[in-house]
Design a protein around this ligand. Structure first.
Ligand SMILES: C[S@@+](CC[C@H](N)C(=O)[O-])C[C@H]1O[C@@H](n2cnc3c(N)ncnc32)[C@H](O)[C@@H]1O
Length: 362
C-alpha cells in the first residue's frame, strides 16, 4: 500500500520537475533526470512510481513543443524483477531513445558515470538526481558528494531519519549497528549526536539531518550551499523520513521551495499522514494571508536594522525565509511601520516595491 506521505513526496517531485524540465533544457546542454533507487514504476494499487511520474511530467509538459532538447532519463535499480517491470511500463516511444536502465546498485552506477572510459560517463551535467532508498544503506556519502559537487547537478534525498535514529540508538549497545551510519555519513561524525547527549526529539533528528547536509556539502563553496528539508510524519506523529534537497543554485532553491510550499502552504515544511482524508478544505485566501504574515515576520527578523533595494528582494526572501518573495508580504511590514520605503522622489504605487526603491527594516 502506498502511504499518504509517499503521495506527498511524489507531489513535491512533480511540482519541482514541471519548471525544472523547462528551465534546464533551455541551457542547450545534456539534461538528465536520474532516479537512483527507481523501483518497479508502479505500486500495488496501480499508483505510478517516481520514474513514471517523471516521464509523464516531461511527456505532457505544457511547453514540450518549445523545448529544443530531449531530456534523458537514467533509472538505476538493483532488483532485476523490478527493473524488468519498469522497462515494460515505460512508454514505448521513449525506450531506446531517452531512457537508460542500469541494473545494479547506485554505487556501481556512479562508478560507471564517473569513469572516463565508460560510455556512461559525461552524463553528469545538468542532472537532477533523486535518491530514494527504503532504508539508509546503499547511498555512501562519497557518491552523494560526487553528484552535488558536479557542476549544475542537484539532488533530492529521502533521508530515513527513523532508521538512522534507531540504528544510532542501538549502536550504543552494539557497535556493529553503527557501521551503516558510517557509510551514510562518510565517517563516524554522526556520533556527535550521541556524545552531545541530544536525547530529546525532534532536536535529535534535526541534528542528524543537519550533520548530513553539512557533510554532503562540505566541499561546495560556502556561498553556494543551499538546502531545504521537508518532514514526512506518520499517523502517530513520529517522523518517517525527511526529504532533503541540495543545490548550488538560487533558481533550483526557488523551484523546490515553490513545490514544497504547494504541499505545505504554511511554510512549516511538514506533511502529516494523520491529516490525510480528514483534511479540511483549505480556504485559499486565508492560507495566502497566513503565508504572507509568516513570511513578513521571517524577513523582518532576518533583515532587522538593515537596508536593501527592491532588486535584492527575491534573493533575500529565498535565503532568509521559508517562502519566495511576494509584494503582499512586504506591505504587511509597511503598514505596521516595520519598514520604511523611499523611492528617490519617484512615484510608487501603494504596495509595490520597484527595483530602485530603498527599504529600511527599522
Ligand atoms: C523506496 S523504493 C523506490 C521507490 C521509487 N523511487 C518511487 O518513488 O516509486 C527503493 C528501491 O531501491 C531498490 N534498491 C535497493 N537497494 C538499492 C541500491 N543499492 N541501488 C539501487 N537500487 C536499490 C529496491 O529494489 C527498491 O526498488
Amino acid at each position: 500500500m502506498m502511504f499518504p506521505h509517499t503521495r506527498a513526496k511524489h507531489d513535491i517531485l512533480t511540482e519541482y520537475l514541471k519548471p525544472w524540465f523547462y528551465i534546464i533544457q533551455s541551457r542547450r546542454e545534456y539534461v538528465q533526470y536520474m532516479d537512483a533507487f527507481a523501483g518497479a514504476g508502479r505500486y500495488e494499487r496501480g499508483e505510478d512510481g517516481s520514474p513514471l511520474i517523471a516521464m509523464e511530467v516531461y511527456n505532457n509538459h505544457i511547453l514540450k513543443k518549445s523545448m529544443t532538447l530531449d531530456v534523458r532519463f537514467l533509472f538505476i535499480e538493483l532488483n532485476e524483477k523490478s527493473i524488468d517491470l519498469l522497462k515494460s511500463r515505460t512508454p514505448p516511444d521513449m525506450l531506446g531513445k531517452n531512457v537508460t536502465f542500469f541494473k545494479g546498485s547506485f554505487s556501481e552506477a556512479m562508478e560507471s558515470l564517473y569513469n572516463e572510459n565508460d560510455p556512461m560517463s559525461q552524463r553528469m551535467c545538468n542532472t537532477f538526481a533523486f535518491i530514494d532508498p527504503y532504508g539508509h544503506s546503499g547511498m555512501p556519502m562519497g557518491q552523494v558528494r560526487r553528484i552535488i559537487e558536479s557542476e549544475k547537478c542537484d539532488v533530492m534525498i529521502t533521508l530515513m531519519t527513523d532508521s538512522i535514529n534507531r540504528n544510532a540508538f542501538a549502536s550504543e549497545k552494539n557497535q556493529a549497528q553503527g557501521v551503516g551510519l558510517d557509510e551514510l555519513y562518510g565517517s563516524d561524525v554522526w556520533k556527535e549526536v550521541l556524545s552531545a547527549g541530544i536525547g530529546k526529539m525532534p532536536k535529535r533528528i534535526d541534528r542528524f539531518v543537519d550533520i548530513y547536509i553539512e557533510e554532503a556539502m562540505k566541499y561546495v563553496p560556502k556561498d553556494r550551499r543551499y538546502s531545504l528539508q521537508f518532514k514526512m510524519k506518520k499517523k502517530n506523529g513520529h517522523e518517517a523520513y525527511r526529504l532533503v534537497f541540495l543545490t548550488k543554485h538560487l533558481k533550483g532553491l526557488e523551484c523546490m521551495k515553490e513545490s514544497m510550499l504547494k504541499v505545505d502552504p504554511t511554510g512549516g515544511y511538514t506533511y502529516y499522514d494523520a491529516s490525510h482524508g480528514t483534511c479540511k478544505i483549505i480556504d485559499l485566501e486565508e492560507s495566502k494571508r497566513l503565508r504572507d504574515v509568516i513570511a513578513a515576520n521571517q524577513i523582518y527578523e532576518f533583515m532587522k536594522g538593515r537596508t536593501c533595494t527592491g532588486m535584492d528582494l527575491d534573493e533575500l526572501f529565498l535565503i532568509g525565509t521559508g517562502f519566495t518573495y511576494r509584494a503582499s508580504m512586504l506591505s504587511i511590514l509597511e503598514s505596521d511601520g516595520r519598514i520604511v520605503v523611499s523611492s528617490n522622489g519617484k512615484r510608487r504605487a501603494k504596495g509595490t516595491y520597484p527595483d530602485s526603491c530603498k527599504i529600511r527594516f527599522v
